[in-house]
Design a protein around this ligand. Structure first.
Ligand code: CTP
Length: 409
């Protein structure tokens, strides 16, 4: 049997990037031979094994034939006769379809190296269409390598367009899609992920609520970029520049969904978009089974981002409601993430990227003031149950009034 490194390990070494996980392909071996050598099988029908010592992945060279819809519809054909070239041709991109032996001799039948140099993400063969998740993967690679100048080959984008139209994307499981989406959002240029999905018609299928924002105008005074879709991309870009966590990036992507519902007669104003958007934000989160922290923050940012921007003008009672909604006393981190998302929203506007955002410190100060109210003295005064809750609220309101006065004076 022969063993080769394949996929990301070869690609990233040639790009001069750090290699984290190494996938290997095994040519000329049977499942029985692998098991006899102590390899541990992964899953029942999948010809993938873990090395007994290193735990690294070894996959038998295989061809794939599609027998049904979606990923579950695969049957794998692995046999010692399958050649390296036959294995590589069914991979997604030419830059991912190179193999390397122990001496770093490269096998590159589909010109991955040429495409690496030309900075092109190009599919290897029509077998690309066997796994619709690859539409998301290509968009993710585009986001990851945009800084190096990579773009998607026109013929690959066309194939992605056909796949998006075919209804295949709907067959993807929420888990597989979310894994790609969440990884893509954490790349340096997550806005490229959304842009590429849009360019091939996949955004319209996966997140029609986000797609609908393109072409929707906003008032130029606050939004010199005007278009809500472009604004959303910029907010996402700011979130990445400021190294925000996934929760914040996800909330940034979804914060303005309500603007896609505004009747055209009301353009460019979007009255109450914070509320109209909530059901859409919920729907997107449920579609991809987003983790609870992402889902919660997206809803809160959707509902309250305008409060964030208007923080300095809010009445003490409104500030208190805001802090209560975030349960800032027990969940201080979530409020920090809200502030970050608001700041990204404010900066994700054409020409305003460097603006200061005094609302951030003001909100932090308000949270500190409200949290500074001690429970003990109220307990000592005999408050308990709902009455204690009310007394706490009153004290916090007092603290916030004092805070507001001190801040304006
Ligand atoms: N692959 C594929 N189609 C998929 C998933 C994987 O063709 N839907 C192939 C590609 O050749 C890929 C390799 O399997 O390079 C390994 O896949 P994976 O580990 O998911 O990705 P990497 O390319 O290693 O990229 P990353 O750095 O994102 O992990």
């Amino acid at each position: 049997m022969q063993v080769y490194k394949v996929g990301g390990a070869v690609r990233d070494r040639l790009l001069g990037l750090p290699v984290t996980d190494i996938d290997r392909v095994v040519v000329g071996a049977t499942t029985e031979e692998m098991l006899a050598q102590g390899f541990r099988p992964v899953g029942a029908d999948f010809p993938v094994f873990l090395h007994p010592k290193t735990g690294e992945e070894y996959a038998l060279a295989r061809t794939e034939r599609k027998s049904g819809r979606g990923y579950g519809g695969f049957t794998f054909y692995a046999s010692p006769e399958v050649t390296l070239e036959e294995d590589l041709i069914r991979r997604d991109l030419t830059i991912n379809a190179m193999a390397e032996d122990d001496q770093q001799n490269l096998t590159d039948p589909y010109h991955g190296q040429r495409d690496l140099q030309a900075r092109i993400l190009r599919h290897v063969s029509p077998a690309f269409a066997e796994d619709p998740l690859r539409v998301l993967r290509v968009a993710r690679f585009a986001a990851r390598y945009a800084g190096l100048g990579f773009t998607v080959a026109p013929e690959t984008l066309e194939l992605m367009r056909q796949l998006s139209k075919s209804g295949e994307l709907q067959a993807l499981t929420a888990e597989r899609s979310w894994k790609e989406i969440s990884r893509a959002l954490m790349e340096d240029q997550p806005q490229v992920f959304i842009q590429v999905l849009r360019d091939c018609g996949a955004l319209e299928v996966l997140m029609p609520e986000v797609d609908a924002l393109f072409g929707v105008p906003q008032p130029e005074t606050h939004h010199p970029e005007i278009d809500t879709g472009l604004h959303t991309l910029s907010v996402l870009q700011q979130a990445a520049l400021h190294k925000q966590p996934l929760t914040v990036r996800w909330a940034c992507l979804l914060h303005d969904l309500g603007k896609g519902l505004t009747p055209q007669e009301q353009w460019p104003r979007h009255i109450a978009h914070e509320h109209t958007g909530l059901k859409l934000i919920k729907a997107v989160n449920e579609r991809f089974k987003a983790p609870k922290d992402c889902h919660e923050l997206a809803l809160l940012v959707g509902q309250y981002h305008t409060h964030g921007h208007r923080a300095l003008e809010l009445k003490a009672s409104t500030l208190l409601e805001l802090l209560q909604s975030f349960d800032v006393y027990r969940r201080p981190q979530r409020f920090e993430e809200f502030i970050a998302a608001c700041e990204m929203d404010a900066r994700g506007r054409k020409g305003l990227e460097q603006r200061s955002y005094p609302q951030a410190d003001y909100l932090r100060g308000a949270a500190t003031a409200a949290r500074g109210v001690a429970v003990q003295p109220l307990l000592e005064q005999g408050f308990k149950g709902p009455a204690l809750g009310e007394a706490l609220k009153r004290e916090r309101l007092k603290a916030l009034k004092a805070y507001k006065e001190a801040a304006s004076g």
